[in-house]
Design a protein around this ligand. Structure first.
Ligand code: NAD
Length: 273
């Protein structure tokens, strides 16, 4: 099977919503920003590394908005540099976006990193680096967003980018596994804590997706075949297929859903082999 070349038209579901997406210069975060723009949102594209890549996402988001008839939103998209692994920088980023727009409706905690070493050799320095980005950064951004959501009648929503490794252990990636497990529990705890105050918190758990984080196998035919042979649907997923789930969860179509993780993984968590 292969990913659909086109997807069915969906009504623009994020008209005039303002969304901050972390780690959006490439991969899943970039696809989410472009999809949100296409559905009517104004987006802030956070990046920590390449400004050029962030500007490319910005260009694509502007095109998507313009094509969909949201030319005013197209002019309001922006990029914002911040290392979400640095608590102060993460907080300053949310404050900056709020000062600029005066509002925030959707926070997507997507930035994430991983590294491999056997657990007994995993350095604590590397452990803290991964946890700071994947987990602490998501919490700091969520806190700032929630303070804003509570200050106004409309509430708001958070969508976290978790992983199938929220549930399935990933040997050799102890920090990543712990960070995603924590993100799953953060999703459920925040959801319960703020459920009665107009704030929904959910997560998407991707399986094996064709992005740079998987460069170790995605450009090597044999390695990719091996990965895909372990996926019940027989193929890796695309960033666009993830963006569909992020758009649904952020929209009012998911108005009665909170504290949930949607596993978008081609059946990987079913252990179908
Ligand atoms: P990617 O490496 O292309 O994207 C990661 C993004 O996070 C990049 O834009 C990167 O610049 C950004 N980032 C890294 N450190 C940052 C920091 N300190 N501050 C701000 N941004 C930072 O890979 P991706 O697959 O698009 O990853 C996005 C998310 O999806 C991650 O949370 C990852 O764990 C998750 N995920 C990916 C897969 C997959 O198979 N690709 C599977 C499960 C979960």
């Amino acid at each position: 099977s292969s990913a659909p070349e086109s997807r069915p038209a969906t009504a623009p579901r994020l008209r005039s919503r303002h969304a901050l997406i972390t780690g959006a210069s490439r991969g899943i975060g970039s696809a989410v920003a472009v999809r949100y723009a296409e559905e009517g949102a104004v987006v802030a594209i956070n990046y920590s590394g390449s400004e050029d890549a962030a500007n490319e996402t910005l260009r694509q988001a502007r095109d998507a908005s313009t094509r969909a008839g949201f030319s005013e939103a197209a002019g309001r998209h922006r990029t914002i540099q911040a290392d979400v692994g640095d608590e102060r920088a993460a907080l300053a980023m949310v404050d900056d976006v709020l000062a600029d727009w005066g509002r925030l409706d959707i926070l997507v905690n997507n930035a994430g990193v991983q590294s491999e070493a056997e657990s007994h050799d995993y350095t604590m320095e590397e452990f803290h680096r991964i946890l700071n980005i994947n987990l602490t950064g998501a919490l700091v951004c969520s806190q700032a967003a929630i303070r804003h959501f509570l200050s106004r009648p409309g509430g708001g929503t958070i969508v976290n980018c978790s992983s199938v490794h929220q549930m399935i252990p990933k040997p050799g990636f102890i920090a990543y596994s712990i960070s995603k497990g924590g993100l799953g529990n953060m999703t459920r705890t925040l959801a319960l804590e703020y459920a009665d105050r107009g704030i929904r918190v959910n997560a998407v758990a991707p399986g094996a997706i064709l992005t740079d984080i998987n460069n170790a196998w995605r450009n090597d035919e044999e390695a990719r075949d091996n990965v895909e042979s372990h996926i019940p649907m027989g193929r890796a997923g695309t960033p666009e297929e993830m963006a569909s789930v992020f758009a649904f969860l952020a929209s009012d179509e998911a108005s009665y859903i909170t504290g949930q993780t949607i596993y978008a993984c081609g059946g990987l968590t079913l252990f179908g082999d």
